[in-house]
Unconditional design. Structure first.
Length: 260
């Protein structure tokens, strides 16, 4: 029996970069109440975890004792937050940030690559938005910025071909980093090993569970995708196309638990 359900966020629990729908929030609460630990792991920042997941769970009735079983693996698990019931607040357990020099090198490599290839879409940005964002443990390229509409994002690179070219060139310019394709317009740059394997390894350590105790859900499980490292590690994985697929799978998991 699995003890931990771990989830990619973008396209696995939500429509990329939007709050999780009611159905997913209700199913996650049901999983928490069934005694499972729920561990989202994504390249996004802590405030996005709050907006997209935690606030939604609270709106759908999650109580502090539910949140206590929720573990947030932020920035691919290079930062970990858990809920402190006494303080009624989230506490950061650990963080492994990049150095300023690393951030600068990555930023230059991706910007140069995107510009050379004609994929630097600065003119399409909304006010105050940015293409490259320092997320402390990783640097993230979002072709159309953070605030672009979902439709525009889906249309930008549906077959990942633009991002594959940017990754290839950035890797030539700054080979000491790893570049992963995620979400709909994103590339995450990290130091080697600071991918979901890092997050998963720390998850097992912090939660005192084994690989066999975890069931992982992700939409980018193909080689080069940001969920692939988890597959390679040998964690049992369910590949989903979208949050609807995740919903079906969770209903199955809960059905089995209720039948036992
Ligand atoms: Mg995803």
């Amino acid at each position: 029996m699995k003890k931990v359900l771990s989830f990619d966020v973008d396209q696995t629990l939500n429509v990329a970069k939007t709050p999780i729908p009611d159905e997913i929030a209700d199913l996650l609460i049901a999983c928490l109440r069934a005694g499972l630990k729920v561990c989202p792991i994504s390249g996004q920042k802590f405030d996005q975890f709050m907006i997209q997941i935690v606030d939604r769970l609270v709106e759908r009735g999650a109580k502090p004792e539910d949140l206590e079983k929720l573990h947030l693996f932020v920035a691919q698990g290079t930062q970990y937050y858990r809920y402190d019931v006494k303080k009624e607040d989230w506490e950061q357990v650990y963080s492994y940030p990049l150095t300023d020099e690393q951030v600068e090198k990555i930023t230059n490599a991706i910007e140069t690559a995107a510009k050379e290839l004609g994929f630097w879409e600065e003119d399409k940005l909304q006010e105050g938005d940015e293409i490259i964002e320092n997320r402390l443990s990783q640097v993230t390229f979002s072709a159309l910025g953070q605030k672009a509409g979902t439709e525009a994002k889906y249309a930008w690179d549906p077959d990942c071909k633009k991002r594959e070219q940017i990754v290839k060139r950035a890797k030539e310019l700054a080979p000491e980093f790893d570049y992963e394709i995620g979400g709909t317009t994103s590339i995450n740059a990290i130091t080697p090993g600071m991918n979901k394997v890092f997050g998963m390894t720390h998850l097992m350590e912090e939660l005192k569970v084994e690989k066999e105790d975890i069931l992982y859900f992700g939409d980018m499980t193909q080689p080069g995708g940001n969920d692939y490292p988890v597959v390679q590690m040998g964690v049992d994985t369910i590949t989903v196309r979208n949050h609807e697929d995740t919903g079906y799978a969770l209903r199955g998991v809960l059905g089995v638990i209720n039948a036992l």
